[in-house]
Design a protein around this ligand. Structure first.
Ligand code: HEC
Length: 143
């Protein structure tokens, strides 16, 4: 064994491996550079101030204290990163306005007394987050 594994074999493995993985690294960097512009949503953010306003409504009312966004947050209530696609804008606004449901045996969501403008902003925010490519995360769509 020690007879076949010579110094030059070790050197070849070292240089061969270094070159191979440097090329893999370059290829992955190149691929990343192709994907990033496709996923860049900054233009959308700049064009629609409702999205940032909706994020403020989301933050100021501590929605994350019960819900998750992309799997991050609390596990008391459903995932909302994809709620725009699951439910659509009208359901979301009607739902928030109709809380609490007082349905026996179901967890309750408080009434936040949001204005129509705040509801529209929230919907713009939910639409924006629903279009972010998360590679299908979280795997369980209702969280
Ligand atoms: C005290 C906990 C709590 C807070 C805070 C809360 N929610 Fe909820 N929310 C719930 C619960 C529980 C449900 C599910 C109720 C059910 O299914 O009967 C829910 C459901 C929803 C749904 C429907 C989800 C679906 O999949 O159908 C939306 C939309 C929603 N919440 C938005 C919000 C927004 C926006 C905020 C912040 C303004 C917020 N929630 C804050 C508890 C909360």
């Amino acid at each position: 064994m020690s007879g076949t594994f010579t110094t030059s074999t070790a050197r070849n493995i070292f240089f061969g491996g270094t070159i191979f993985f440097a090329l893999v690294f370059l290829a992955l960097t190149f691929q990343n550079e192709q994907i990033i512009p496709q996923r860049d949503q900054r233009a959308q953010l700049a064009a629609n101030p409702s999205i940032a306003a909706g994020k403020k409504v989301w933050e100021n009312n501590q929605c994350i204290g019960c819900h998750t966004l992309f799997g991050e947050g609390a596990y008391f209530a459903p995932e909302l990163g994809n709620v725009y696609k699951r439910r659509g804008p009208e359901f979301i606004k009607a739902w928030i306005a109709a809380q609490p449901t007082h349905t026996p045996g179901r967890r309750q969501m408080p009434q936040f007394n949001l204005t129509d403008k705040q509801l529209d902003d929230l919907v713009a925010f939910f639409k924006y987050v629903s279009e972010i490519n998360t590679n299908n995360w979280p795997p369980n769509i209702e969280g």
